[in-house]
Design a protein around this ligand. Sequence first.
Ligand SMILES: NC(=O)c1ccc[n+]([C@@H]2O[C@H](COP(=O)([O-])OP(=O)(O)OC[C@H]3O[C@@H](n4cnc5c(N)ncnc54)[C@H](OP(=O)(O)O)[C@@H]3O)[C@@H](O)[C@H]2O)c1
Length: 245
Amino acid sequence: MSGAARFDFTGSVVLVTGGSDGIGLAIARAFQRTGAEVTITGTRAAPADYDHPLDGLRYQKLLVEDCASVREVVAAQQRLDVLVNCAGMTLREREHEQEGFEHVVQVNLSGSNCAARAAFPLLRDTGGCVVNIASMSSYFGWPRTPAYGASKTAIISLTKSLASAWAKDGVRVNAIAPGFIATKLTARVREDEQLAATILGRTPAGRFGEPDEIAGAALWLSSAAAAFVTGVTVPVDGGFAASGL
Ligand SMILES: NC(=O)c1ccc[n+]([C@@H]2O[C@H](COP(=O)([O-])OP(=O)(O)OC[C@H]3O[C@@H](n4cnc5c(N)ncnc54)[C@H](OP(=O)(O)O)[C@@H]3O)[C@@H](O)[C@H]2O)c1
């Protein structure tokens, strides 16, 4: 199949937490290409601290586990059409310790909740929307990352609850559940030959996805084409969730 879907976000203002790298950066670039004014956040002090270009994007340092800072970053927006809650991380085996567990839930789940709530008044003004990022870990268990999985399962529930609460105000809330995507988050998994082969062996598409391949779903969910879509989580996973093997 060929041909890129066309979206026009001219005049829209988009905030992507965790937009400094990986999936968030691909989503930010997709919104930028379609005309939006985009602010991204990352954990480092300045855009120059990254080894890849972040040109044309407004940048804010933000640790999403700090809800007061999240509120400040959102409050600095004069207008907001789309909030993409993409900031996320794993502590792997350290998630089996209570401290590690709580930190990951704080970042992945509470951070998304805090940002969505801070953004709500601005989104109500524009009839805007939230796009959360779930995971295959929302549906399946992984022995190493109990907090990552719990936080990502809860993202689906949070998405449904906020969508139900805010539909009357014209604010839609949806999520994307990516499969295994080639980013720094999955670097160790992809380098582990045995684990990578196991994952690809049960991925019907037979490959890891690219960050750009998540962006289309974010554009669609944020567009007028999805005006009656709220509370859903869309898997973009090369068939991983559909496969029985
Ligand atoms: N890659 C996958 O296969 C996959 C699959 C399912 C879901 N996801 C989800 O997709 C989202 C993006 O992940 P990715 O794969 O693109 O990983 P990534 O390349 O590591 O990007 C993660 C982003 O989150 C930011 N971040 C990390 N910790 C943060 C914190 N405490 N506060 C604020 N920002 C923080 C990072 O900032 P820095 O750049 O400064 O580190 C970066 O912008 C995450 O929610 C992840 O759980 C990824």
